[in-house]
Design a protein around this ligand. Structure first.
Ligand code: FPP
Length: 237
């Protein structure tokens, strides 16, 4: 059966429910995030037997997440540094490439330099491209693209009449990455939360009640099976 499945090339995931997972297990919220980072590590490690998936984008920290308590923000930044330190060998062993989407320049110095280092070290890897959305907002991404286009137009390097969907998309954070085919959200909320607003225009959406720390490869296969039952028409008939 699995051999007959159409496998999405790009899967984007809103990793939600770490806090509820912690509450359910009578633990601090930060322990939920720790287990969330562990789930992320295991999943990308297990993707080697699904080589048709070329890109996965994970929503780890939004432009709105700065509003959380200082303690939680700092724990998340610390976890990110730890994740990069501990898992670079897994990226290399599994031929995984790391990319980031979001306003990287707005990230604190330590995670920012670790990210740059890991992006550089993994840049020639040819397997799955793991994109972590950090300080990311879909509206910010669109606004940043509009600003870059406006700057070019203002200094006469770009004819405003030439701005169309294709050109606009070239100014997004990772223009070389194809749009997600499948968007997964864990923990049951039916919201997009400002994630990849431009890129998910025609993505299939799959929501599971499973909390992110419990999400694994079997859950991913369920999402892919559901994706296979959809008929993607991209607005046509
Ligand atoms: C949402 O759960 C999750 C986040 C805001 C952070 C996601 C982070 C991770 C999965 C781990 C860290 C990632 C890396 C790359 C190290 P929530 O806290 O909103 O959960 P709740 O809605 O149940 O409270």
């Amino acid at each position: 059966m699995e051999n007959d499945l159409v496998i999405p090339r790009h899967i984007a995931i809103i990793m939600d429910g770490n806090g509820r997972w912690a509450q359910k297990h009578s633990l601090e919220r930060c322990e939920g995030h720790r287990m969330g980072a562990e789930a992320l590590k295991k999943l990308i490690e297990n993707m080697r037997d699904l080589p048709e998936v070329k890109y996965m984008t994970f929503y780890a920290f939004s432009t709105e997440n700065w509003k959380r308590s200082e303690e939680e923000v700092s724990a998340l930044m610390h976890l990110l540094v730890e994740f990069l330190d501990m898992n670079l060998s897994i990226f290399m062993k599994n031929d995984l490439r790391l990319l980031v989407t979001g306003r990287l320049e707005g990230m604190p110095e330590e995670p920012r330099s670790k990210l740059k280092e890991a992006i550089e070290k993994t840049k020639d890897n040819k397997g799955l491209c793991v994109i972590i959305a950090l300080n990311y907002g879909g509206r910010s991404e669109i606004a940043d693209a509009a600003k870059a286009i406006a700057r070019k137009a203002a200094c006469g390097e770009l004819d405003p009449e030439k701005v169309d969907e294709k050109l606009f998309a070239e100014y997004l954070y990772n223009p070389q990455v194809p749009d997600p085919d499948l968007l997964i959200r864990t923990s049951g909320e039916l919201r997009l939360s400002n994630f990849l607003l431009w890129e998910i225009s025609y993505s299939e959406i799959y929501v599971t009640d499973t909390l992110w720390p419990d999400f694994d490869k079997n859950e991913l296969m369920e999402a892919i099976k559901s994706f296979n039952k959809r008929s993607r028409r991209f607005g046509g008939r």
